[in-house]
Design a protein around this ligand. Structure first.
Ligand code: SF4
Ligand code: SF4
Length: 439
């Protein structure tokens, strides 16, 4: 029994009618008629076509930048040591002039909080630009794809090669491609280990074949992960493994930058000759060439709207611009914009004006506070650390002269890279005296 909102009269649910409806539900099919439907979708290999354009240039600029930093940083010297070194054995972490110890773990926590907040802020403003331009998965996939194209050719040549039966040419191409992939992957693994073992020593150890088993393990492990993820897994990492792709929608809104297809302008799509007038043919600007699908590294069709598989790389925008140029149409059928921007036909300036909105301001305020707090804490950090601990193994005792002896353990840490002199004293105890038991 229920009552309508604001009403006083109870309402009776027609139970008889429900029972009749239930009786009309057809019986389940007999077991013999059951069919199994697999929910597993086998991977269809994607052969992204090469593309040129301004966003591709930006992507390669980021590939160079990130890789120069990653491969170059371990070789950089700072004073008498490696500029960036996480020396786990000595429990010292060197970052240029900064030396951190396990006791400074709080800074690692701060760094993680800053990274998470930066990601929230960046995603709210610029969508998945990180994925499309600077994520290691994208960067290494781009490098491995470049090698693949150089050895096996572009999309159609690679598809032909994979479809052909084994031959000497196919064997040589495949072998050479994998050889180059493994070389890049192992160099990446070696560089990774070079952040934990001084890289020059590691190089000498490698040349003299005396790398430790852990160093060999991590070089191969990291190299294998690079080889597998960039050579084989590729878009599957973004689609099925990366948690960022799953929770990013929580940070998106109608003013977040996305790669979007202008449906109003593009539809109805259809092929036509360059000289034909689309208005006469009742067609939109999309010539339905499918090039935007062919260049997509995740194999999606951006004309179906925003999809979680889209990593925002802009390859479809680049290729569509070249099609528009050839057809003599205005560029930007596929472009970076926002949902509101496309719907309201906003200019770039109007889109930028809508960047500052409550969630962006909140993320910025929290991020700014954490960054300032961490910088102040680092600036005020004392390079001298000391622990005074009562020795629990030894009880207080009365010694000669009727004095009471207590044992304390002093742990003094010099957190600088230069020798320091410390004077130890005691205050507040009249007639105190101390002796050093051991160091
Ligand atoms: S590249 Fe442009 S014109 Fe070609 S199918 Fe895609 S959206 Fe249409
Ligand atoms: S739809 Fe366009 S922007 Fe998105 S992943 Fe594919 S090519 Fe990149």
């Amino acid at each position: 029994m229920t009552s309508s909102p604001g009403g006083t009269e109870p309402r009776v649910i027609p139970i008889v009618a429900l029972a009749q409806a239930a009786a009309e539900v057809p019986p389940l099919p007999a077991e013999a008629d059951e069919t199994m439907v697999s929910l597993y979708e086998a991977r269809k290999k994607i052969y992204p076509r090469s593309v040129t354009g301004r966003f591709v240039n930006w992507r390669w600029a980021f590939v160079w930048l990130t890789q120069l930093v990653f491969y170059g940083l371990p070789w950089l010297e700072w004073g008498q040591r490696q500029a960036v070194l996480f020396d786990l054995g000595a429990r010292r972490f060197y970052i240029f002039g900064l030396v951190l110890y396990p006791q400074d773990f709080i800074y690692l926590t701060g760094l993680l909080v800053i990274s998470a907040l930066s990601l929230f802020l960046f995603t709210a403003v610029a969508g998945r630009l990180w994925c499309g331009y600077a994520c290691p998965q994208t960067v290494y996939t781009e490098i491995f794809l470049w090698i693949e194209r150089k050895v096996e050719g572009d999309r159609s040549a690679r598809m032909r090669l994979d479809g052909a039966s084994m031959s000497l040419e196919k064997l040589v191409k495949k072998w050479f491609k994998h050889f180059l992939w493994v070389a890049v992957a192992l160099w990446t693994g070696f560089t990774f280990v070079g952040y934990f073992t001084p890289v020059r020593e590691l190089g000498m150890e490698f040349l003299q074949t005396r790398m430790s088993s852990w160093e060999v393990f991590w070089t191969i492990f990291y190299g294998f992960a690079t080889y597998g993820n960039a050579g084989f897994m590729r878009e599957q990492v973004c689609k099925y493994m990366c948690p960022y792709a799953r929770f990013q929608s929580a940070m998106f809104d109608s003013d977040t930058l996305i790669v979007s297809y202008d449906t109003e302008r593009g539809e109805p799509r259809g092929a036509r000759s360059r000289k034909a007038d689309p208005a006469t043919l009742n067609l939109g600007a999309c010539v339905d060439c499918s090039l935007c699908v062919q260049v997509c590294p995740t194999g999606i069709d951006i004309r179906n709207g925003l999809q979680y598989e889209c990593i925002g790389c802009g390859a479809c925008a680049d290729v569509c611009d070249t099609v528009m140029d050839k057809m003599g149409y205005a560029r930007g059928l596929v472009k970076y914009s926002t949902q509101n921007g496309v719907q309201n036909h906003w200019s770039g300036r109007e889109i930028v004006r809508h960047v500052l909105r409550p969630r962006v301001l909140v993320y910025s305020a929290i991020l700014g506070t954490v960054v300032v707090a961490m910088m102040v804490s680092l600036a005020l950090r004392t390079p001298f650390k000391v622990d005074v601990v009562r020795d629990r193994a030894t009880l207080a005792r009365i010694v000669a002269g009727g004095k009471i002896e207590n044992v304390y353990r002093l742990q003094v840490m010099n957190a600088t890279e230069t020798a320091q002199r410390f004077r130890i004293g005691v205050s507040g105890l009249p007639g105190w005296w101390w002796r050093r038991s051991r160091c």
